[in-house]
Design a protein around this ligand. Structure first.
Ligand code: ZN
Length: 437
């Protein structure tokens, strides 16, 4: 029995070491020639750089003119391209597929799709993200697919399927009346897309369960449903109380992890901030007091702008008016947050948007609303890495970081849309895609 325990301990230690930024294969060395290098952190690009990759990490970066190339290294010539760190999308749903009403919408995921089908589609979504240069995702809940994201993460980490590094949040938490499936006969006990809690005890227990089963983040829905109010304002229904949220935040922080809160506006948004959410997701209608509280508390803001421009209902319906209002209040919120210096992080809400669409479209939305292209790139690289407690390991091209490296054949500072066609993707030191001529 004692031997078994030692063997288990050793296995555990080996597993922990593998997660470190230590070389997985110290023998393999590659040299990347970068025509232009945007390193994810510096304000200005550098030119004619040489990146030495050893195993799964970056060993060194130097000027091409003075670089000493390690003998026998494989040369990857990106000298005509712009090289960047692998991108980070901090708000995705690999278990959703765009929710086309003609295909049954959201409810069909839960009512009709076998879990194996959902896992197969999530596998494709993960691959799609990697193909587009997103080497890390924070996936913010499985929408009724339980702990499926933990399994997909393990499959990627184990090398069974290609995909980005995943930070997963499993089932998510909301309250009674705070999540679909809804609109069915009250006699029916319908399954829900999130774990439903009422009261601080249940809230803390749900967080414990999810953390115990592998959640890297806890996702909480602080608002649900939205409509146009009497004075033309955006109203959203609040869900958890501050007391319920505080139980979740306290528990999650105790595990050294963080809480992401879906919050649109009004009472629910205020409770999200008072309860200590680490990131506000969407934040459609941020008033001045919300912004100053976010600054004071260091709250991250993941606006997911593009998602609110898709699938508008017809203009002359209540839903259509609501959809247009959401987009129109989002714009000044984003601009105010940007001006005030709130920590803005790139997120798409892919899954809500079909995975066939370019993820990088969010960059254009951000820059159209006044964000500088380099700032937008950092929101999807080094700044996201800090939020994920991975500073210096991802989202940056620097010695010691994982070798997550992408390239495009145009200048994304001049034309941010260049990031919609990534031609080279390396993750963990392994080339996944290379289409540069
Ligand atoms: Zn979402």
């Amino acid at each position: 029995m004692k031997h078994l325990w030692w063997a288990l301990l050793l296995l555990l230690a080996a597993g922990l070491a593998a997660q470190d930024s230590k070389p997985s294969n110290p023998g393999s060395v590659a040299v990347i020639r970068a025509g232009t290098l945007i390193d994810g952190k510096s304000d200005k690009p550098r030119h004619d750089q040489v990146i030495v990759v050893q195993g799964n990490h970056i060993e060194s970066i130097s000027d091409a003119a003075s670089a000493k190339l390690p003998p026998g290294a494989a040369i990857i010539d990106l000298s005509k391209a712009t090289v960047l760190p692998g991108l980070i999308d901090s708000h995705t749903h690999i278990f959703l597929q765009g929710e086309n009403p003609a295909q049954g919408g959201y409810d069909a995921n839960i009512l009709n799709a076998p879990l194996s089908l959902r896992a197969a589609r999530a596998t494709v979504a993960a691959r799609r993200a990697l193909e587009q240069g997103f080497t890390t995702l924070r996936d913010v809940e499985t929408e009724g697919a339980g702990y499926g994201d933990v399994g997909i993460k393990q499959a990627i980490a184990g090398g069974y399927i290609p995909g980005p590094r995943l930070f997963v949040s499993t089932r998510a938490i909301s309250t009674t009346g705070g999540y679909p499936l809804e609109g069915y006969a009250p006699e029916l006990d319908m399954p829900k897309g999130a774990q439903i809690v009422d009261g601080a005890v249940e809230a803390r227990k749900a967080a414990r369960e999810q953390l115990d089963h592998g959640a890297d983040w806890i996702k909480v829905y602080m608002t649900h449903r939205s409509w146009v109010g009497k004075n033309g304002e955006l109203v959203s229904q609040p869900t958890l109380t501050v007391e319920e949220l505080r139980a979740i935040v306290d528990e999650t922080h105790g595990w050294g992890k963080k809480v992401a809160c879906h919050a649109y506006s009004g009472i629910g948004l205020r409770r999200a901030l008072d309860g200590g959410c680490d990131s506000i997701e969407h934040g459609l209608d941020l008033d001045d007091s919300a912004i100053s509280q976010m600054l004071k508390q260091g709250t991250w803001y993941v606006p997911t702008i593009a998602a609110y421009y898709t699938d508008w209902a017809p203009a002359d319906t209540p839903e259509g008016r609501r959809d247009r209002l959401r987009a129109s209040v989002h714009e000044p919120s984003f601009k105010k947050a940007l001006k005030a210096g709130v920590k803005i992080v790139f997120g798409t809400d892919m899954g809500g948007i079909p995975w066939t669409e370019p993820m990088a479209q969010e960059f254009s939305r951000m820059t159209e609303l006044g964000m500088q292209p380099m700032d937008a790139i950092q929101s999807a690289t080094s700044r996201a890495a800090v939020m994920l407690d991975m500073e210096g390991k991802i989202g940056v091209i620097a010695p010691g970081a994982f070798a997550d490296i992408i390239a495009v054949d145009a200048d994304p500072i001049r034309d941010i849309k260049a990031l919609e066609t990534v031609q080279f993707v390396m993750k963990d030191g392994k080339v996944f895609r290379s289409e540069l001529k």
